[in-house]
Design a protein around this ligand. Structure first.
Ligand SMILES: *Cc1c(COP(=O)(O)O)cnc(C)c1O
Length: 207
């Protein structure tokens, strides 16, 4: 049979079984495998509606991949500091940045310094530890921003009983050689909406 690829109407190939197994492990969601974690992040940002010239808030302590994914989407990373106790994206600093350094317009929130639209938050569950996602989701909700969770370093961790990889509507995993679960190289996008998963599949198979 097939290891991967779209020529698999019954969904029996190795990759389809891996995707289903991950969704079962996480308890819910639609899983779409990608060539690596960075590409899963790139696709997640496109699904989040990030457009060229937008800005995405990224923690300043992380691996470079999330910032690169933002650039691949044609957008710009804006670095927000982490909190001192667990080294994860600081909700208070995020809220302060959005409240003080940004202005609301009819079509979104704009960074008053750069004039660019702020579209999404990209928190990273860094070094096996979850971010304080409830606080970040509340902030994102207040400003109508999308959250993409970078769970690439923390598969298996839980936040208030919920598994990382399911803390936001869009989450990404990596199976690179240095990660908790590896396929040598690989990644996965996890989302709620089957239509969004369909869209992700369109992107990861060269559209
Ligand atoms: C490893 C990692 C990724 C994705 O890595 P790939 O090598 O592209 O699979 C993304 N974000 C963070 C924080 C990482 O550590």
């Amino acid at each position: 049979g097939w290891i991967s690829s779209a020529i698999d109407p019954q969904g029996q190939c190795f990759l389809s079984r891996f995707e289903r197994g991950m969704a079962v492990y996480l308890g819910s969601g639609q899983a779409v495998a990608a060539v690596n974690g960075t590409s899963a992040l790139h696709v997640a940002l496109l699904l989040a509606g990030v457009e060229p010239g937008d800005e995405v808030l990224v923690p300043d302590l992380t691996f470079v991949a999330p910032a690169n994914a933002v650039r691949y989407a044609g957008a710009w990373p804006v670095f927000i500091d982490v909190e001192p106790d667990h080294w994860q994206l600081d909700p208070e600093k995020t809220a302060n940045f959005l409240a003080r350094e940004c202005v609301s317009a009819r079509d979104g929130l704009y960074n008053r310094h750069t004039g660019r639209r702020v579209r999404a938050l990209l928190p990273v569950d860094l070094l096996g530890h979850p971010v304080d996602m409830d606080a970040l989701l509340a902030i994102a909700n207040r400003h109508d921003l999308v959250v993409v969770e970078d769970a690439t370093e923390s598969l298996g961790a839980r936040y208030k009983g919920r598994p990382v990889g399911r803390l936001a509507g869009l989450s990404c995993l990596s199976f690179n050689g240095n990660k908790l679960l590896t396929t040598g190289g690989g990644g996965m996008l996890i989302c709620d909406d089957p239509a969004q998963a369909q869209r992700a599949r369109y992107y990861v198979t060269q559209a």
